[in-house]
Ligand binder design. Structure first.
Ligand SMILES: C[S@@+](CC[C@H](N)C(=O)[O-])C[C@H]1O[C@@H](n2cnc3c(N)ncnc32)[C@H](O)[C@@H]1O
Length: 375
């Protein structure tokens, strides 16, 4: 795996986060290189640059040498990865922000890796339109096959005049400026109800399945336990917190910790637990990479609907990390309840970790299995 980015006679050492010995994926992509080459050709120095959705901090590391950088991302992993890479390359300090924060004042240039979710993109474009003058260039990048005419229409509608570059190494740049005729107000959250469960959910722009309930979540909602007493529960990869809300309704005396790597998910889960559960219900919501730093044997139950990609890459290493971390934090006899697509083979992974006799099928349908592993 290549860990050194060499461009313009400069070398950066860059790793994904968390750093893994057998990593197969690179920390940067050709889109980062395209943006760097383009901006270097402009010969700028000493600018205030806003970098949106930097993957593992490549753009932040590169541009911090000559510029004043604010890096905005909804991802805890991006924040941690960027910080590690900045230290590794002895770069200057930068400012970190989430995409719930306001756009900083007096920005001269915006560089953006186009986010995967269109709702998140629209949110960011509308924030930029409200904060920037039309003279500030916004340069975005993505794989050419991900830049559809509908993507460019979103730029036109929510930000302003938009053009694109030729493709280079299968990536294209999008050039835009904040001059759309009307400023379109965007609601920060979408709200919908789960009538069957008497739950109302608010979803900030980058929350997983923020417009409707995930099918896996819908299935596991029917199979959550109601005999937990005052047990300590972790909702790992909580998203909007829907599983925690249901667990809280069924078990009013439990203590829940909701964990997600998306800051917007963590904030949405907090709002949803507050709005749907009685005052005094014990919970906390925290942004983290899986269960990094959690104490051994601090929970009797972990519920998990694991993710199957990290940023653009499809991978099952996060699910594996989640299962390993869960084994560490569970008390003896504690349980992990997991939902997954049948084809993902979580039963094999859980058997390897917990022992075949300690893994039980709780329910299944055509698409999903719900598994319970006991420590
Ligand atoms: C399939 S969604 C499940 C969301 C919600 N629990 C549900 O059932 O609808 C997986 C969640 O895991 C989160 N996630 C991804 N990588 C993570 C990591 N390394 N640490 C913690 N959470 C992560 C994602 O942001 C996403 O919200």
């Amino acid at each position: 795996m290549k860990n050194e980015l060499t461009l313009h006679e400069r070398i950066l050492s860059l790793y994904r986060f968390p750093k893994r010995n057998n990593e197969t994926l690179q920390a940067w992509d050709a889109g980062d290189e395209y943006l760097i080459n383009h901006v270097e050709d402009l010969g700028l120095e000493g600018k205030r640059i806003l970098i949106l959705n930097d993957n593992f901090g490549t753009l932040s590391c590169w541009f911090s040498e000559k510029h004043d950088i604010t890096m905005m991302s909804d991802s805890f992993i991006t924040h941690k990865g960027t910080l590690s890479n900045l230290h590794r390359n002895e770069c200057k300090k930068i400012t970190f922000a989430t995409t719930m924060d306001s756009i900083p004042d007096n920005i001269d240039l915006v560089l953006m890796q186009i986010p995967r979710s269109n709702r998140h993109l629209v949110w960011q474009l509308a924030q930029l339109r409200g904060a920037l003058s039309a003279s500030v260039p916004v340069i975005a990048v993505n794989k050419a096959k991900e830049i559809h005419s509908s993507t460019l229409k979103l730029f036109e509608k929510y930000l302003g005049s938009t053009t694109t570059s030729l493709a280079w190494k299968k990536h294209r740049l999008v050039f835009a400026q904040a001059d759309s005729p009307a400023l379109t107000e965007i609601e920060a959250s979408t709200r919908w109800n789960l009538e069957d469960h008497k739950i109302t959910l608010d979803n900030l722009a980058n929350v997983y399945s923020g417009e409707k309930l995930d099918l896996g979540a819908r299935f596991i909602l029917e199979h959550l336990p109601s005999d937990l007493g005052s047990k300590r529960v972790i909702d790992l990869g909580c998203g909007n917190g829907v599983l925690s809300v249901k667990l809280g309704q069924l078990n009013p005396d439990i203590q829940i910790t909701c964990v997600d790597e998306s800051f917007m998910a963590v904030e949405s889960a907090k709002q949803n637990l507050e709005n749907n559960l009685p005052d005094g219900f014990r919970f906390e919501c925290t942004a983290n990479n899986c269960l990094d730093g959690f104490e051994k044997e601090c929970a009797e139950l972990v519920v998990c609907n694991p993710p199957f990609h990290q940023q653009q890459a499809i991978t099952d290493h996060i699910a594996w990390q989640m299962f390993c971390d869960t084994k560490h934090v569970l008390t003896q006899g504690g349980q992990l309840l997991v939902i997954g697509n049948r084809h993902l083979g979580y039963d094999v992974k859980l058997s390897r970790l917990f022992g075949k006799n300690n893994v039980r099928l709780i329910a299944s349908n055509k698409k999903f299995v719900i598994l319970q592993a006991t420590k």
